[in-house]
Design a protein around this ligand. Structure first.
Ligand SMILES: O=C(O)CC1=CCC(=O)O1
Length: 258
């Protein structure tokens, strides 16, 4: 499939190093709201909506992980950016790993959060795709958001629970389902040893979707990897624990020693 022109927003100084932020399944670039302002003090921040999500095109599926990575290459070309840092959470992290493996010259440093190189069983992703195609994304919204945040956070932040469920439910069904099929058919384990970009892998200690061993596998297998496990955080760890995660991202991208 050919790359599509993804919806994106650029903030921060024109002459600063570029960082691209990539969203999770069922969200949009708004999932980076807690990081965007702080990152823009140091970087030219490019936020985009993964194809099938938010304001980006929704081509007919199925999609493959290469399609998602190729969309980022096309975005960098559009912006005339040769090389950028890349930060991706969950599906965004998978995109970043394939991008860095296949296009080492385009990725300076990599941060992957709450993701995995493979997420079994494939049947669960095919089942979710079928549910969403049949009943819409609203049918999975509540269950998905239960994995995004810890129970304590959801209890304390009912507005966030409601807006997050709304975000999932607003995702186009074909886009969501086709990205489920990306995950079903993806195995990035052979990519990992080829990734030369220094990589920070961040796990939410309480993430039921992509628990810490998934991130440890990535940190161990890439050429220059480091693991950070963040307490009291589930799948959208960046939103639940921004005070820990935002400075960790900035320090890694700046090349500060751990
Ligand atoms: O939606 C989930 O269950 C968790 C998830 C997997 C990939 C992603 O982006 O979110």
């Amino acid at each position: 499939m050919t790359a599509v022109p993804v919806h994106h927003v650029v903030t921060g100084p024109d002459d600063a190093p570029v960082v691209v932020l990539s969203n999770s399944l069922g969200s949009t670039m708004s999932m980076w709201d807690a990081q965007a302002e702080a990152l823009a003090e140091h970087f030219r921040v490019v936020r985009y909506d993964t194809r099938g999500h938010g304001g980006s095109p929704v081509p007919d599926g199925p999609y493959a992980i290469d399609d998602l990575a190729d969309d980022v290459v096309a975005l960098l070309d559009t912006l005339a950016v040769d090389r950028a840092h890349f930060v991706g959470l969950s599906l965004g992290g998978m995109t970043g790993m394939r991008l860095a493996a296949r296009n080492p010259g385009r990725v300076e440093r990599l941060v992957v959060l709450c993701t995995g190189a493979h997420l079994e069983p494939a049947s669960a992703w095919h089942d979710r795709a079928a549910t969403v195609r049949g009943q819409g994304t609203g049918a999975v919204a509540e269950a998905v958001v239960q994995r995004w945040f810890t129970p304590a956070f959801l209890d304390a932040n009912p507005d966030m629970k409601a807006s997050s469920e709304g975000l999932v439910a607003a995702t186009p069904a074909e886009g969501y389902a086709s990205c489920c099929e990306v995950i079903a058919t993806m195995d990035l384990r052979p990519d990992l040893p080829t990734i030369s970009a220094p990589t920070l892998a961040i796990a939410g200690a309480d993430d039921p979707a992509t628990p810490p061993p998934n991130l440890a596998e990535i940190a161990d297998a890439v050429q220059d990897g480091r693991l950070l496990v963040v307490p009291e955080a589930a799948h959208l760890a960046n939103a639940e624990q921004p005070a820990t995660i935002t400075p960790a991202i900035i320090a890694h991208l700046a090349g500060d020693p751990a």
